[in-house]
Design a protein around this ligand. Structure first.
Ligand SMILES: NC(=O)c1ccc[n+]([C@@H]2O[C@H](COP(=O)([O-])OP(=O)(O)OC[C@H]3O[C@@H](n4cnc5c(N)ncnc54)[C@H](OP(=O)(O)O)[C@@H]3O)[C@@H](O)[C@H]2O)c1
Length: 263
């Protein structure tokens, strides 16, 4: 690791990760612990692991879709953010499989609150500190954000929002010295698919990635101040093709693929 890269990571004093309790968020924690030894790491989610190793982050219990929880969190933010340069990772998110509005409308509205509203809320609240102290933002979007995704229509649309919003922010906040990265993983072995209502093993080992591979791609891209990283070469090829297709054709093709995955 070059000196410039080392000093990039060492400068962070506060790291806030939403959804550090499992999957991709959990995989960020040990890597950041290693690279940012002086930083406080806060994990924001509804639950936190209680078994096994000692938690490597300070747990903050919050449902990011609950206005009362957000109000409580807001009171706590000055204490969290005032410690120095901030790295904010908006990672919490979920999807639901099935034609809209399965399983129910409430689920889709909740998904929009978590996948879209919560990152905008957190970035908005963090911005005064980011501007004052410097810092960086990673928003976890998805390869699902590159084309319409029938059977995951709301999910794909939330990730398209995050992808485009993050790339716009990358441009808007450059003048303040704030890096913004849209991280787009493809299928990754986590709890995501079970929570989304898929049955059985959805992602073949040959195609999927591990959370650690996704985190490595994200950290390299942030070091290089990229605005976007699609994690994994197979996913890169897939999005290069799908984003060139006419929208209607891309929709029809992803409908064919996504109709099959549950079987
Ligand atoms: N796995 C994939 O194939 C894949 C691909 C592309 C993008 N992604 C994205 O990657 C991100 C992480 O997902 P993952 O794959 O690591 O799945 P995961 O293991 O299910 O993790 C989801 C995380 O979100 C948190 N969360 C859920 N509801 C929440 C709420 N209301 N308030 C606060 N936190 C909440 C969960 O914690 P609690 O349940 O404890 O609250 C958990 O830590 C998501 O944004 C997902 O869309 C995943």
């Amino acid at each position: 690791m070059s000196l410039t890269v080392m000093s990039f990571w060492k400068k962070f004093r506060t790291i806030v990760i939403t959804g550090a309790s499992s999957g991709i968020g959990a995989a960020f924690v040990p890597k950041l612990r290693e690279k940012c030894p002086d930083a406080h790491i806060y994990g924001l989610s509804r639950s936190h692991p209680t078994e096994g190793e000692k938690l490597l982050y300070d747990p903050i219990s919050v449902d990011l879709t609950n206005p009362a929880d957000l109000e409580r969190l807001e009171q706590d933010l000055p204490r969290i953010f005032a410690q120095g340069p901030v790295l904010l990772i908006n990672n919490s998110g979920f999807g639901s499989y099935g034609p809209f509005p399965q399983p129910d409308l409430e689920n889709h509205l909740n998904m929009m609150d978590l996948n879209v509203k919560a990152p905008v809320w957190l970035v908005g609240r963090a911005l005064p500190w980011l501007r004052r102290e410097g810092g960086a933002i990673i928003n976890v979007a998805s390869t699902a954000g590159f084309q319409p995704t029938p059977f995951l229509s709301t999910y794909g649309a939330t990730k398209a929002f995050l992808l485009h919003w993050s790339m716009g922010l990358h441009h808007d906040l450059k003048k303040d010295g704030i890096r913004v990265l849209a991280l787009c993983p493809g299928p990754t072995a986590t709890d995501f698919f079970r929570r989304a209502g898929f049955e059985g093993k959805v992602v073949p080992d040959a195609f999927g990635q591990t959370s650690e591979q996704v985190v490595q791609a994200a950290m390299r891209a942030l070091e290089k101040n990229r605005s976007l990283v699609v994690s994994g070469w197979k996913n890169k090829i897939l999005v290069a093709v799908s984003s060139k297709l006419p929208k209607a054709l891309g929709t029809a093709l992803s409908a064919r693929v996504l109709a099959k995955v549950r079987q």
